[in-house]
Design a protein around this ligand. Structure first.
Ligand SMILES: NC(=O)C1=CN([C@@H]2O[C@H](COP(=O)(O)OP(=O)(O)OC[C@H]3O[C@@H](n4cnc5c(N)ncnc54)[C@H](O)[C@@H]3O)[C@@H](O)[C@H]2O)[C@H](O)CC1
Ligand SMILES: [K+]
Length: 208
């Protein structure tokens, strides 16, 4: 699918698939996580010690599902959560419950990232709705300053998915696995500076 779509289109396609077609949101999340995990497993990533930097929205939920999919394949993973579990979306709460079963460590977000060989950026996706400031900016700057290779989930965190403009601190990814369709930001010169290699995963979401 070469079409690039807007955030509004992505949300419409998502809602249409869940409400009209009847595919549950967690199924979409699982397919997204499977697609991204496959890129990590088949790409040039040192998976010795993987960090999933997860937000509390569904972008974070994707990342937490990726953590589990890597864990069951014997990969050492740690999840850093940017907010309180109580603030997590319904789907992300469910993904946290699942990784608790596997005893995958979930620790508060931190800037000490020196031990990690690959960092999965699952802080914000298409839900970024204001400039990145404060502790989020500190974390994103730490991710960009680390020696780890960075892999972004759906959209590099901090990048406006429509305009391709960084909204303050923005993750510079080695590669990005985006879901359903390419987003408008990936067509812009600015967006390309943050995205790295772009993969678009078919997750069963189609514009009507
Ligand atoms: N069909 C699909 O495309 C699928 C997409 N999935 C994933 O879901 C995210 C979108 O999830 P959503 O919960 O709507 O938003 P985010 O997780 O991107 O982030 C929202 C979260 O963050 C807060 N926030 C926004 N801007 C800021 C800021 N500058 N500072 C601090 N906090 C901020 C906001 O309030 C929310 O709480 C999509 O990208 C995909 O990764 C599905 O999982 C699979 C199907
Ligand atoms: K992201």
């Amino acid at each position: 699918m070469t079409t690039s779509i807007s955030v509004a289109d992505a949300r419409r396609a998502d809602a249409h698939t869940i409400q009209d077609v009847g595919i549950p949101s967690l199924v979409l999340m699982e397919r997204a996580a499977l697609g991204a995990t496959n890129r990590l497993l088949t790409g040039d990533y040192d998976l010795t010690n993987v960090l999933i930097f997860a937000g509390t929205g569904n972008n974070g939920g994707d990342g937490i599902a990726i953590a589990r999919l890597l864990h069951v394949r014997g990969v050492k993973v740690t999840v850093m959560l940017t907010g309180d579990r109580s603030k997590a979306s319904t789907e992300t709460t469910q993904q946290l419950k699942i990784i608790d079963y596997y005893k995958i460590p979930v620790i508060p977000a931190d800037i000490n990232l020196g031990d990690y060989t690959t960092i999965v950026d699952a802080i914000f996706g298409v839900g970024l709705d204001r400039p990145v400031e404060g502790k989020f900016a500190t974390w994103i700057n730490a991710i960009n300053g680390s020696n780890a290779k960075v892999f972004s989930v759906d959209v590099p965190s901090g990048l406006n998915a429509d305009t391709g403009e960084p909204q303050g601190a923005t993750v510079k990814a080695n590669a990005t696995s985006s879901f359903a369709y390419s987003k408008k930001c990936f067509d812009t010169a600015s967006g390309k500076q943050y995205t790295g290699t772009l993969f678009v995963e078919d997750i069963g979401v189609y514009l009507e």
